[in-house]
Design a protein around this ligand. Structure first.
Ligand SMILES: [Zn+2]
Length: 265
């Protein structure tokens, strides 16, 4: 990786309703709960895409197959605006506790759903809630996925290995505190997790960005967003300030996941 630049990756999940389908079994029959997800499509996506354009950010959008099937026009719009389209399972369910066969079927169906719309197979993949089973890595390689954005073990991109031999898949590690969900995801019930102020997220993200930029050579900054959470007016203003702050750092460069992974040996 070129250490003259400091890579910044913005990964954006377009979960829409999928994030709520499986949190509680009954959500499928709770239209108001699901309307939290519809907000991503109806209100959140357009201003977020405009904000990315203004800052010259090409994001990697992680889209569950079920969301791609429901909103193919949104998938096309994101691709047409030059962002990377990445797979995010079909069902947005954790594969933990399921069979290898069930996990494989869901993973492949998620990739197929995007290919059906765009004609291209995605190279980047994220699980639901960053959960893996002992089979996931092998299933990803079998499915032709070459970039994973899931592990939390380093602040640097790396190639997965087994028995000292490199595998054909690069990891771009993520961190929960650099996602919007811990601050903004509300589970719809009291007592429950309450939304935090956008200023809290800005404070944590900017401290980590500046610390990584100044103190940790060879690292990168990996932001995780969800359209249905970040796409509200006040939070978008915070994101605007955050991207402006990043651009004031002269070595900072925005990469998609696929672009950054291509720089890793
Ligand atoms: Zn998701």
């Amino acid at each position: 990786m070129n250490t003259d630049t400091f890579p910044v990756v913005v990964g954006t999940c377009l979960d829409a309703e999928a994030i709520w389908f499986n949190k509680i079994g009954e959500n499928e029959h709770r239209p108001v709960m699901l309307s939290n997800g519809a907000y991503a499509i109806r209100e959140g996506l357009d201003p977020l895409l405009d904000l990315f354009d203004r800052h010259g950010v090409r994001s990697t959008f992680f889209i569950p197959g079920v969301t791609a099937d429901r909103y193919p026009d949104a998938v096309r719009q994101i691709g047409d605006r030059d962002h990377e389209l990445a797979s995010h399972t079909y069902s947005h369910m954790s594969a933990v506790g399921t069979t290898r066969e069930a996990e494989k079927n869901d993973l492949v169906a998620g990739i197929d759903a995007l290919e059906k719309i765009t004609g291209e197979r995605p190279s980047t993949w994220r699980s639901a809630s960053w959960e893996f089973t002992e089979n996931t890595l092998d299933l990803l390689i079998e499915a032709g996925i070459s970039v994973s954005a899931n592990y939390h073990d380093t602040s640097r991109p790396y190639r997965h290995e087994r028995d000292g031999k490199p595998l054909p898949i690069v990891e771009l590690p993520v961190q929960w505190h650099l996602a919007d969900a811990p601050y903004f995801l509300y589970d719809g019930a009291l007592p429950g997790r309450m939304p935090r102020s956008a200023a809290t997220a800005y404070e944590v993200w900017s401290e980590e960005f500046i610390g990584s930029y100044e103190d940790r050579p060879g690292s990168f900054y990996h932001q995780t967003l969800h359209v249905q959470l970040i796409g509200h007016p006040g939070r978008l203003r915070m994101l605007d300030r955050f991207l402006t702050m990043i651009k004031e750092h002269e070595r900072a460069r925005f990469y998609t996941c696929a672009e950054l992974a291509a720089t890793i040996d």
